[in-house]
Design a protein around this ligand. Structure first.
Ligand SMILES: [Zn+2]
Length: 283
């Protein structure tokens, strides 16, 4: 699932005038995608397969087809699972990716923002294409897990694909799975993080509910980026979902997690590939 991240603007500006290029899809008077535009964008994706082709190319992957369906997400989530921030959902078995059709996105794609607005946007902003990339990321995890089932190395029950109710999700498995999905948005340049990544300093910070978004959707990307960049998306995900999820201590100390990972009989110094730089910075 994709959550809404905060947008910080340093001044009041007329957003629509700052888009670099003429929009193909409709915007409201604030410059945000309209429901009509979102529906047309989904149709456009169905016709051209532009986003999934870009995803496959970027991650050297071969994603199965999934229908992108704009909808009211509230209809799909019970009260327990619903938060106003949900922007996307995936149903692997049904080959469906659901996206929120209400006016909740900052734009169709982050790439459409011109330099001026990009500079004013210190971090965050949810973009329709970024949301789709995030859900494709979840979808790819499902596909990788499914393909592993026929091998000796089995995906663990903490990870997708399963309906929510059957998931043995832990803090650590959610951290990894959301991290993989958000890494996909980030690699596609559809997420704008601040200059330095958020890194929790201790257990208290990790468990502070006001940091949930930063931990699951930013620190997780920082935590995984070197590993996935170096191992490659598919191999990296295979390793992650066939090993016990990180404990809270391992989330705070990446080298502890990455140094215990193995893949089948294979075990080498994965810590070498992990995002454990002491001075946090994005590259
Ligand atoms: Zn997600």
């Amino acid at each position: 699932m994709k959550t809404l991240t905060k947008i910080f603007l340093t001044g009041s500006i007329v957003l629509s005038s700052l888009f670099a290029n003429a929009q193909k899809f409709e915007l409201n008077d604030k410059g945000f995608p309209t429901t009509k535009g979102i529906i047309e964008y989904a149709k456009y994706q169905e016709k051209t397969k532009e986003a999934i082709n870009e995803f496959n190319k970027k991650f050297n992957f071969n994603s199965e087809e999934a229908k992108i369906i704009p909808t009211n997400l509230i209809d799909y989530l019970d009260e327990e699972n619903y938060s106003f921030e949900e922007l996307g959902l995936y149903f692997y078995g049904d080959r469906e990716i659901l996206i929120e059709k209400n006016e909740v996105y900052y734009g169709y794609s982050l790439k459409e923002l011109n330099t001026e607005l990009r500079q004013r946007l210190i971090e965050g902003g949810d973009f329709l294409k970024g949301t789709i990339m995030h859900e494709f990321g979840h979808y790819a995890v499902c596909q990788i897990a499914e393909n592993l089932k026929s091998t000796k190395i089995k995906p663990l029950e903490y990870y997708s694909p399963r309906p929510f109710s059957m998931k043995k999700e832990t803090f650590g498995s959610k951290f990894i799975e959301e991290g993989i999905a958000e890494y996909c948005s980030w690699k596609m340049n559809e997420v704008l993080f601040g200059k330095t990544p958020y890194v929790p300093k201790n257990l208290e910070e990790l468990l502070d509910t006001s940091n949930v978004r930063d931990i699951y959707y930013e620190y997780s990307v920082y935590y995984l980026k070197d590993f996935l960049d170096n191992l490659g998306f598919k191999t990296g995900v295979e390793i992650l979902i066939t090993n016990e999820p990180p404990t809270k201590d391992e989330i705070l100390h990446p080298e502890k997690y990455f140094s215990r990972l193995k893949f089948g009989e294979l075990r080498f110094n994965f810590a070498k590939y992990a995002g454990k730089t002491l001075k946090p910075r994005w590259e």
